[in-house]
Design a protein around this ligand. Sequence first.
Ligand code: 1CP
Length: 346
Amino acid sequence: MNYNNKKLLKTLQGHKFNTPPVWLMRQAGRYLPEYREVRKQAGSFLDLCYNPTLTTEVTLQPLRRFNLDGAILFADILLIPNALGQHLEFKEGIGPILEPLKNNEDIENLRNTEDIHSTLEPVYEAVTNIRSKLETNITFIGFAGSPWTVATYMIEGKGSKDHIKTKTFMLNYPQVFKKLIVKIQDATIEYLSKQIEAGVDVIKLFDSWANSLPAIYIEKYSLEPMKVIAKEIKKRFPNIPVIVFPRGIGPMYKKFAMVKEFDCVAVDSSIDLDWAKKNIQKEIVIQGNLDPAYLISGGKELVEGTLNIVNKFSSSGHIFNLGHGITPDAKIHNVELLLKTIKEKN
Ligand code: 1CP
């Protein structure tokens, strides 16, 4: 691996720079006309995810336009359920639809962990391709969903706001639910190991629905499974940093900052910067946390909001990012303004 000038990777290893490295969640996606073009060409969203030539192209698209420090592999957190044998489709205007898991038998019928790779092979091929095309100063980020967040889709069968079905399952059948979590966890370890072998520099675990868990379950079902994954990844690949993003959990973020297997905690936009500096950044590199709405509104608020975050976190490890993914109506000139504001700050 060539560590040449990789500002983002080096920040995760404890180096400090004048301005923070920056990348944006969902930096490849529908706000880019060139993405929409490839998406049309691909047919379905899953056809895009399993086409290494096209995923390489869309991964690289934002890097051609913007002065970013990181590239994130174009894939989706729901490829793991699909590779475990669950039927998955992305419906236009609706989102992901899966055949929901209802009971122990459905979980027992999922594929064995070692059988996921035949489905996921195109993703590993894309990683190799992307690696060979990336400039040496760009850090390459691989990712997966957290076991909890992936389990919500496997049980609900679609996106949900309250995850009532998943939580009822968890409370009624704790042992069966735990079996599912361990299954996703083990598959994720194997999936991420292959991404690393194919060339990613850093891993990010997206726990987008951590905020749905009752607080007393956050350690058990959000933190613990991500810790098991990070620990095994570190055992196999000691130099690969792990970023975790348990979204929307307020003061519980502090627990994640104390875990030695994690290298960075990404925070959402609801987190107060002074609190985060004292309680998270003191312990660990922090990533975040501009609200994606600023990339629609733009102007003075965008500049001030960005500088406020950069200045607040300037004394130790910080990776600039949004508090959640870019939305399809984000404006390209606002992304440019955001990057200019950070890169030209003195
Ligand atoms: O038609 C399209 O283009 C669909 C939009 C889209 C895109 C661009 C989906 C469907 N997935 C993706 C790519 C994607 N997903 C990436 C790589 C691109 C990048 O970041 O540049 C990543 C990292 C993800 C991760 C992902 N998928 C998460 C975690 C991050 C988050 O935003 O919270 C989640 C929850 C998903 C599920 C998913 N995939 C797609 C949709 C519409 C959804 C959400 C469904 C819901 O509302 O519950």
